[in-house]
Design a protein around this ligand. Structure first.
Ligand code: HEC
Length: 191
């Protein structure tokens, strides 16, 4: 009995945690696509059917399926009544947030992450590895799970961006636009 109790307490505690970035999402979605999961319930002002249809069409071009859940089980699992979760094709949670009301806000939520990945692969992968966890390079730090311990602002400060102009920023001698840099931080946060 004494051995069971701590285990139960731990399970209850884990159950109360919101899903973590860079870790397996509570749901598995079939197919070789990413999933944008919207949890919309209760106080949440839901996206209209028209917005969802338009977003679904545009997300399909980004290899992403749109799924809306408004049942109590989903809100319990994701600890939220009103949020969006980007789950990649391998079932890993990559981004959580509250996109705006328009279709383009939903599309952008996924697109920014995608742009971030492209730039990470170009400028960062050779040292940090494809999943951010390579540690061959001297004194390097693993990036996996970084979004759970640091805010986007803190992550940004740790890449030492050098602002040339308002829209031209270099990081480790790669030139980025503001949007590309934002995207990079979104992507790194989900590693
Ligand atoms: C030449 C190898 C190299 C490249 C390329 C590189 N990094 Fe790093 N990165 C490092 C090393 C070494 C560290 C640890 C020392 C430090 O913090 O600067 C690090 C640290 C970091 C940290 C801080 C991690 C922490 O836990 O504090 C972040 C975030 C990061 N890198 C992101 C990036 C991003 C984004 C890119 C691409 C734009 C990138 N890195 C490109 C070598 C590299």
């Amino acid at each position: 009995m004494t051995r069971v109790l701590p285990a139960l307490a731990l399970a209850a505690c884990l159950g109360a945690q919101p899903p973590k970035l860079g870790q397996r999402a509570p749901d598995e979605f079939a197919g070789k696509q990413h999933t944008l999961l919207l949890i919309e319930r209760g106080s949440c002002s839901p996206h209209s059917a028209q917005v969802l249809n338009e977003a679904a069409e545009r997300l399909a071009t980004l290899e992403t399926a749109l799924v809306v859940a408004s049942d109590a089980a989903a809100t319990a699992k994701y600890r939220s009544e009103c949020a969006a979760f980007l789950i990649d094709k391998d079932g890993i949670l990559r981004r959580a947030g509250r996109p705006g009301p328009q279709a383009r806000d939903l599309v952008d939520f996924v697109d920014l992450w995608r742009i971030g990945k492209e730039n990470f692969d170009l400028a960062c992968k050779r040292c940090h590895g494809v999943d951010g966890n390579l540690d061959d390079y001297p004194k390097i730090k693993k990036l996996g799970g970084i979004g759970n311990r640091l805010t986007p602002e803190e992550i940004l400060s740790r890449v030492y961006p050098v602002e040339l102009t308002r829209d031209e920023i270099t990081v480790r001698s790669h030139l980025f636009t503001r949007r590309e840099l934002d995207a990079l931080i979104v992507y790194v946060s989900g590693l």
